[in-house]
Design a protein around this ligand. Structure first.
Ligand code: ADP
Ligand code: MG
Length: 643
């Protein structure tokens, strides 16, 4: 009895990918082979891994490999592997839906870019299996899963539907047959040996399994004794391995070209840019491991910044991939680093849970962090421009290290951080800032805020400008948390400008200020009373030059900026009580003093308190609590001045 083939419809997202692949992508078609070979290699990895616990799945003596077979007359190309294979459910879920995260990202990026299928995108993400429809108008997948007796045949023309039917008698593994489209103009002909050979060596040379193909070779004819006969040749078919198979990281550094590194990086990450920096080393000693790590040149479109972002390096144990996205090899603040780590000092069956408490893993992690920091330090020193480009993409991630690390490690991280600052555009390290401090400056001054424009316009900079001090701008969300832990650098304290206890003046100046404050104490109390719960105090300050007022935080209080960020993130944070500081030398403040002297009960005093407070709030990137009232007061004031 023969079972009829069942018909299935592709998931809508797949249809989207397919129609794009079929209709709009003409360049970069070669990568279909890279995708299929990488799937075959993954399937072999999986089998090798599963065979650790199911010895009978991989009979001893069997070699794992991939075979290409081209038939120019029939115009077919098949890619066969003796890997894990797929059962019925696998076929439907893996080849009928958008299973891989890579393809999902591709679809998202497409939606975002709204491009009509930019060919660039496909190279960027790779769309995995579906890219075979770039070159084929029909694809057949014959497969049998390890441990199962049932084989299956999947087939589709990529136009919305596919069929699945039983296929008896298949060997374990998967054979994908592409019925190639006719060759047009200057298309590559994927049935030609040299084309395939070229693509394999370009994209898949380091696949760890042999990629073999039967090739025709013209050889001298041999006589009965096995000696070549002069001038006589015959065509022989023989199997040839097209790839060098050596995982790149096991080869000596000196033999590897930057193109090879870049190809490996692209294969590993699906990034379309070459890496910014490559870190390749072998650690020897009590613990042996090899690492091939990369700093990407730019933040991937979607780095997968979820609630709890983690690092991800691929971990190999004795050539076997045991975790593709291992999060324990690097701390999360180095999650932009990509690459592979191989060791022979871990058991193959190391699980996620045991990884976390594994002493060797901790040791590897320490070594990797050191090397990454070293490489960054070298880049900072040797190629500032490159480092700054890197910093723009990943600095805010890296800075988390200042929060999570302590002691020497924190010092090492701090030394590699760049900050924007007030004296000019561009970036400075903490060391450079210190170096440029004028005589008498005793602290590193910093200001946080939502962006450069806001902090650059801050009233807090007035006193700094007067003194000729530079100020570091900390405008990444993580900076508020960083400042909780990073309180000094190389013996110099780090001080926030928006703190009430910032001490900038001489004793003589303080005396003068104190006197002014005493004279105005009734007014200041009156202002504080009318602002009520919003302020802890209203007082005079000498930190301002041009502005009438500024808000500062009481010592130890959460900064208003941080409170705003937390509230934005949905947390229930009460409004912090602020300190409103007034500039006693400002005409407005002096006018207020006059008004108060003339009529201490004037209702206008409360209005002015309101406007001073809200104005200072707006200036720092906040918003008035009662915008309607704010506008009403402002309107009245404007009307009064028009009279
Ligand atoms: P990805 O490789 O990123 O997961 P693909 O579209 O390339 O996405 O492949 C989808 C899925 O199909 C794979 O994850 C795998 O489960 C399955 N698959 C593809 N090719 C093979 C193969 N040769 N052997 C076994 N499974 C395969
Ligand atoms: Mg794939």
């Amino acid at each position: 009895m023969t079972q009829k083939a069942e018909s299935h419809v592709f998931q809508a997202e797949v249809q989207e990918v397919l129609s794009l692949v079929i209709h709009s992508l003409y360049t970069e078609r070669d990568i279909f082979l890279r995708e299929l070979l990488s799937n075959a290699s993954d399937a072999l990895d999986k089998l090798r891994f599963e065979a650790l616990t199911h010895a009978d799945w991989l009979p001893s003596g069997e070699t794992l490999g991939i075979a290409l077979q081209a038939n120019p007359d029939a115009r077919t190309l098949s890619i066969a592997d003796n890997g894990i294979g797929m059962d019925h459910a696998d076929l439907v879920s893996n080849l009928g839906r958008v299973a891989s995260s890579g393809t999902r990202k591709f679809v998202e990026a497409l939606k975002e870019a709204k491009s009509e299928g930019s060919p660039e995108l496909i190279g960027r993400f790779g769309v995995g299996f579906y890219s075979s429809f770039m070159v084929a108008d029909r694809v057949t997948v014959e497969t049998r899963r390890a441990g199962s007796d049932e084989g299956w045949r999947w087939e589709s023309d990529g136009k919305g539907e596919y069929t699945v039917e039983p296929a008896p008698g298949l060997a374990r593994g998967t054979v994908i047959t592409l019925h190639l489209k006719p060759v047009e103009d200057d298309d590559h002909d994927y049935t030609q040996e040299w084309t395939l050979r070229d693509i394999v060596s370009r994209y898949s040379d380091f696949v760890e399994y042999p990629i073999q193909m039967e090739v025709e070779r013209s050889k001298p004819k041999l006589d009965d004794e096995g000696e070549p006969i002069e001038g006589e040749y015959e065509t022989q078919r023989e199997l040839e391995t097209l790839n060098s198979m050596k995982p790149l990281w096991t080869r000596p550094k000196a033999d590897i070209t930057s193109e090879e590194y870049a190809d490996f990086y692209r294969h590993h990450t699906h990034d379309w840019m070459p890496p910014l920096d490559t870190i390749h080393f072998k650690a020897e000693g009590t613990l042996e491991f090899t690492a091939l790590l990369f700093l990407p040149a730019q933040r991937p479109m979607m780095m997968g910044e979820g609630q709890n972002p983690k690092s991800k390096l691929s971990l190999y144990v004795r050539r076997i991939l045991v975790q593709r996205e291992c999060e324990d090899l690097l701390p999360a603040w180095l999650r932009f680093v990509r690459g592979v780590v191989e060791t022979s000092d871990l058991p193959l069956n190391v699980s996620r849970e045991t990884m976390q408490n594994n002493r060797q893993v901790a040791q590897i992690r320490k070594g990797l962090v050191r090397k990454v920091l070293e490489a960054m330090g070298k880049l900072l020193k040797d190629d500032r421009e490159k480092y700054e480009a890197f910093w723009k993409h990943f600095g805010w991630t890296f800075k988390e290290g200042l929060y999570f690390e302590h002691g020497d490690q924190q010092v090492a991280v701090a030394g590699l951080c760049l900050f924007e600052h007030s004296s000019e555009s561009g970036w400075k390290t903490l060391a450079e800032y210190k170096e440029a401090m004028p005589e008498g400056q005793e602290a590193i001054y910093v200001l946080t805020g939502q962006d450069r424009a806001t902090v650059e316009a801050s009233a807090h900079l007035e006193s700094m400008r007067r003194k000729g001090y530079d100020v570091l701008f900390l405008v990444d969300p993580v900076d508020e948390w960083v400042l909780e832990r990073l309180t000094e650098f190389d013996g110099t304290p780090i001080r926030r400008l928006d703190q009430a206890d910032l001490d900038l003046s001489s004793d003589a100046d303080k005396d003068v200020l104190k006197k002014k404050q005493e004279t105005a104490s009734d007014l200041l109390k009156c202002l504080a009373a009318s602002l009520g719960e919003r302020v802890q105090e209203v007082r005079f300050t000498d930190r301002l030059a041009e502005s009438p007022a500024v808000l500062v935080e009481a010592a130890g209080a959460m900064s208003a900026h941080q409170a705003r960020m937390l509230r934005h993130a949905g947390q229930d944070i009460p409004e912090p009580k602020r300190i409103l500081e007034l500039n006693p030398d400002h005409a407005l403040v002096q006018g207020l003093q006059k008004l108060h002297k003339a009529d201490a009960q004037s209702p206008r005093i409360a209005d002015f308190a309101e406007l001073l407070f809200d104005g200072a709030l707006l200036r720092e990137g906040g918003a008035p609590q009662d915008p309607a009232k704010f506008q009403k007061l402002l309107t009245e004031l404007m009307l009064a001045s028009l009279k």
